[in-house]
Structures are given as C-alpha cells and as structure tokens.
Ligand binder design. Sequence first.
Ligand SMILES: Cc1cc2nc3c(=O)[nH]c(=O)nc-3n(C[C@H](O)[C@H](O)[C@H](O)COP(=O)(O)O)c2cc1C
Length: 173
Amino acid sequence: MKKLVKLDGDAIYGLCENFFDEIGRKWTVIAINDEQNERTNLMTASWVQTGILWNKPVCTLYIREQRHSFSLAEREEKFALMFFDEKYKNELVYFGTKSGKDEDKLASAGMTPCTLDGVGAVCEANIVFVLKKLYCDYLKEDAFCDKAPLSNYESKDFHKFYICEIESVYKAE
Ligand SMILES: Cc1cc2nc3c(=O)[nH]c(=O)nc-3n(C[C@H](O)[C@H](O)[C@H](O)COP(=O)(O)O)c2cc1C
C-alpha cells in the first residue's frame, strides 16, 4: 500500500491537483473522531472550498444538522479531509448514503485506519488535510443574495459551515 507522508510547511502551495475536479467530481471524505463509539466516522462531502483566509490556507466544510458527523464536528476541535482515487467511488457512495450512527463505516468498507497528528484518517487516501476549526456558523435564509440556492433547503435545514485551517498535509507516496 502507498504510504502517507507529511509535506513540509509551505508545500501546500505546490500542490498541482485540480481541486474543482477533486471536490466536485471525485468528492471528498470528512473523517471525525467518534469518541463514544471508539471509531473514526467517515462522511462523503462535495460542498467544500479550499483557499486562503486570514493569510492561512483554509478549507470550508458544510454539514447538515441531521448528519452524525454534525454532532462529532461540534465536539471535536480537529478533523481530516481526505481525497481518494476514483477506484474508491463505491466506498465514497457508501460513506455518503449510510450513517455512522448505525455502523462503523470505515471497518465495513474494509479500509485501513490511521492516525495523523492525532486525527483519525484512512491509509488508502491520496491526500489528507488535517484541519482545525477556526470559525463556524449557520447559513441564514435572509443572507442569500440570490434566492435560487434556497431550493436546496425545502425543510429549512441550513448547513452549518466550518472554516478550518489546513494545519498539515499528507500525500501518498
Ligand atoms: C457525493 C455526495 C456529497 C455529499 N456532500 C455533503 C455535504 O457537503 N454536506 C453534507 O452535510 N452532506 C453531504 N452528503 C451527504 C452525507 O454524506 C450523508 O448524509 C452521510 O450518510 C452522512 O453520514 P453520517 O451520518 O455518518 O455523518 C453528500 C453525499 C454524497 C453522496
């Protein structure tokens, strides 16, 4: 199996991946420690941004309240965002359709758990961002300048967004 290797401080600026493709087409997986169940929970996410804020490399995640990952993200200070090869698409569909409330998705998928800087992740990932929460809030109905995206919220279940610092980056060798 490939090995995840930690990149040097500024190496994130040298990443050549097309993150529009990685996030929008290949999707990402958020891994968060589930202390109560003594496992790492995995949730597929494709509404994600990466960029720079407050002069830091950041990632913004959007998590609906009904997800098991939501209660975990509220509790934990740090978590991981992972990028995978297309060959894991079936696993990503599974992580995006079943809830960690009911099962250990990582174990059921037969993937290999690892810990990176104290945060749970999966050895099969191509890239792992170790994230630290900086700022969180709910999207608010009256703040939408264009009302069209409100069609995603018929039940008014607005996402909470988590702006996170990318503290470290691991890449498969
Ligand atoms: C391609 C794809 C992208 C998704 N993106 C998000 C997302 O960005 N935010 C979110 O709250 N749910 C998203 N979901 C839904 C969650 O992954 C799904 O509800 C999952 O079962 C939640 O798992 P959990 O209950 O273990 O947290 C996505 C699902 C798929 C299949």
